[in-house]
Design a protein around this ligand. Sequence first.
Ligand SMILES: NC(=O)c1ccc[n+]([C@@H]2O[C@H](COP(=O)([O-])OP(=O)(O)OC[C@H]3O[C@@H](n4cnc5c(N)ncnc54)[C@H](O)[C@@H]3O)[C@@H](O)[C@H]2O)c1
Length: 338
Amino acid sequence: MKVLVTGAAGFIGSHVTQVLLARGDDVVGIDNLNSYYDVNLKEARLEWIADTPASGDFSFHKMDLVDQTAVDALFVNEKFDKVVHLAAQAGVRYSIEAPREYIESNVMGFTNILEACRHNSIQHLVYASSSSVYGANESIPFSGKDNVDHPVSLYAATKKANELMAHTYSHLYGFPSTGLRFFTVYGPWGRPDMSPFLFADAIVNGKPLKVFNYGKHRRDFTYIDDIVEGVVRVLDVNAVPNKKWSGMTPDPSSSKAPWKVYNIGCSNPVALLDYITTLETVFGKTAEKELLPLQPGDVPDTYADVQALIDDVGYKPSTTLQEGVEKFAVWYKEFYKV
Ligand SMILES: NC(=O)c1ccc[n+]([C@@H]2O[C@H](COP(=O)([O-])OP(=O)(O)OC[C@H]3O[C@@H](n4cnc5c(N)ncnc54)[C@H](O)[C@@H]3O)[C@@H](O)[C@H]2O)c1
């Protein structure tokens, strides 16, 4: 297969690219290498991909999703079979500071991807949604059957918008699309703006550690390899229409169109303070903690019901928190020469 991976220099995109290349798919990666966080880390991920022996071919284009002409030309020239769309302006808190970045990359950029998929007979579009779409929903664990009409950040609203836009395209043009709601992903090459990484940074460098919601909230931390395994399994099983779907009792996670959304998480939520304790044990250092209230835009708990993904593609997260944090720490120490 020839696969386009958008956001290939990103955390999840670089890992997905590695796994596809290892199994023999050809991958074209695009990314605008923006400076939302350390560009050196993004470039180092691309070097990591280039330096890892693989069966498939990899090429990379520095490109902005918002550049419609460039995106259209790429699709016409490369003739992709499938697309894994992971490029986005990520982060809940930054969406309060810089809302327009989210509309540009996540709404305009996504429109360009949908249009290009439509005009180039893409067999399956798999794209990143987020657990943040659950917003004000308090029914735990979060299920694809839950209503997600109450986002509490613009980031979440753009991810929910992506699911709706993809539905329209799958309905109108019949191309299969699957949205994956990722739950707090952590691991080697992780994102420096996210709590798993910020905590490690504070512990290692003896900085006071900001713990929001007084450490009481629980996160369904999911190890990167489990996420990637799920993404690739989903990519291989094109979304199909749900023949039993009824407009009288509409299931929000499927459709008469070839469209699906799934949760993809560990399904084992951990209190923030327990996650920090595991990190402290692994790094052999304790941190001074600054206990703070819940941040605007944050949700108190996340917990994925992943039964649909287990049933449909055989997804099975297998990495324990201890194993995952140890692997993350090994990478962190080596990369930052701690
Ligand atoms: N990491 C998580 O825990 C998590 C959770 C929920 C959802 N997600 C979603 O998963 C996807 C991947 O997340 P990640 O953690 O790898 O984030 P990331 O920021 O590391 O990767 C995204 C990449 O997209 C690129 N990008 C952003 N805007 C672009 C644009 N306009 N044109 C081209 N490239 C652009 C960035 O440079 C970055 O390298 C994102 O859509 C994110 O919203 C991630």
